[in-house]
Design a protein around this ligand. Structure first.
Ligand code: ASP
Length: 320
């Protein structure tokens, strides 16, 4: 659908992907899981291609997994962070992208505090652009990682009941997640204080609750971080009161429910330490899955056919 299959081959939003696109990506990621299990975790697929990670915002998991994904596909990788680059000197996003495009990258992975940044970058470069999080708008590769992680644990996602709990308002993970989980047949409910649930979010296909009273209905509880860095003003009386009403702890999480969180976790705020470290938590699995899912995204964009596939000779993962 849309940009995924169109001329530009970018991944800007989950809306770029139809259900079949998602299935294909998840299956591709599974094939890379086999590679990740080998001692030498490398295939030559993107040899000679350049991937640029352009991160204007803090990141641990997303930047590390894109870096590992590009390296495991044998691409040449450039990591540019706003701190320490000419962005520090006031260079605009457009000038930075045009400068980096002179190195003829096959892909630019962009994280920005501004919604719509990835979309803009896609207009300024001939590289495939991957949105690694744009403000509170979207984080499509996180959603794909979450689908992959959950599918590995439970099999089919059809009819699965998922509650997304917490700071939905500031969460790009929630937005991409709702779109992706609904597309794959899950029943999604978002839950949080009214101040942290965007008005009209039901239009994305989810239900809304403001208390955890019916949390036991969920098969999966997806907890979100309180994103204090995006809050201008006061959204909850205090973190303590927020935790009293919305923290997921071992009283609220039933023994058969699964727990997810995109990280980083604020221990003792949205999650109690005991549930984080419980076998019900898929949080570490989500991190692990991030690499193979991002390998699949890079593969599909750069070697899976279309304009972005120029020079790609290996279509299937082969031992390096
Ligand atoms: N790591 C995720 C993101 O970049 C979630 C978070 O920061 O809370 O959006």
């Amino acid at each position: 659908m849309m940009a995924w299959a169109a001329e530009g081959r970018h991944l800007l939003s989950i809306d770029d992907l139809g259900r079949e696109d998602i299935q294909r990506l998840l299956t591709r990621a599974e094939s890379f899981a086999e590679v990740s299990g080998r001692e030498i975790k490398k295939v030559p697929t993107l040899r000679g291609r350049t991937v640029i990670n352009l991160f204007y915002e803090s990141s641990t998991r997303t930047s590390a997994s894109f870096e590992l994904a590009a390296k495991r596909l044998s691409a040449d990788l450039l990591n540019i962070k706003s701190v320490g680059s000419s962005v520090d000197k006031g260079e605009s996003l457009k000038d930075t992208v045009q400068t980096l495009s002179a190195y003829d990258p096959a892909a630019i992975v962009i994280r920005s505090p501004n919604a719509g940044a990835a979309q803009m970058v896609s207009r300024w470069t001939t590289a495939s652009v991957i949105n690694a999080g744009d403000g509170k708008h979207e984080h499509p590769t996180q959603a794909l990682t979450d689908l992959y992680t959950l599918r590995r644990r439970v099999g089919s996602l059809e009819g699965l009941k998922l509650w997304i709990v917490g700071d939905v308002l500031h969460s790009r993970v929630a937005r991409s997640g709702i779109l992706a989980f609904v597309r794959m047949g899950c029943e999604v409910t978002v839950c949080g204080p009214p101040t942290l649930i965007p008005r009209g979010i039901e239009a994305l296909g989810c239900a809304v609750r403001h208390t955890l009273d019916e949390l036991a209905d969920a098969d999966v509880v997806y907890s979100l971080r309180m994103q204090l860095e995006r809050m201008q003003g006061t959204y909850v009386p205090s973190l303590r009161e927020y935790a009293a009403l919305y923290q997921i702890d071992s009283r609220r999480l039933t023994p058969t429910q699964l727990l997810m969180h995109p990280g980083p976790v604020n221990r003792g705020v949205e999650l109690d330490a005991r549930v984080i470290d419980s076998p019900q938590a898929l949080i570490v699995d989500q991190v692990e899955s991030g690499v193979v899912v991002r390998m699949a995204v890079l593969f599909e964009l750069l070697a899976g056919g279309g304009r972005g596939a120029r020079n790609a000779t290996e279509q299937e993962p082969q031992p390096a």
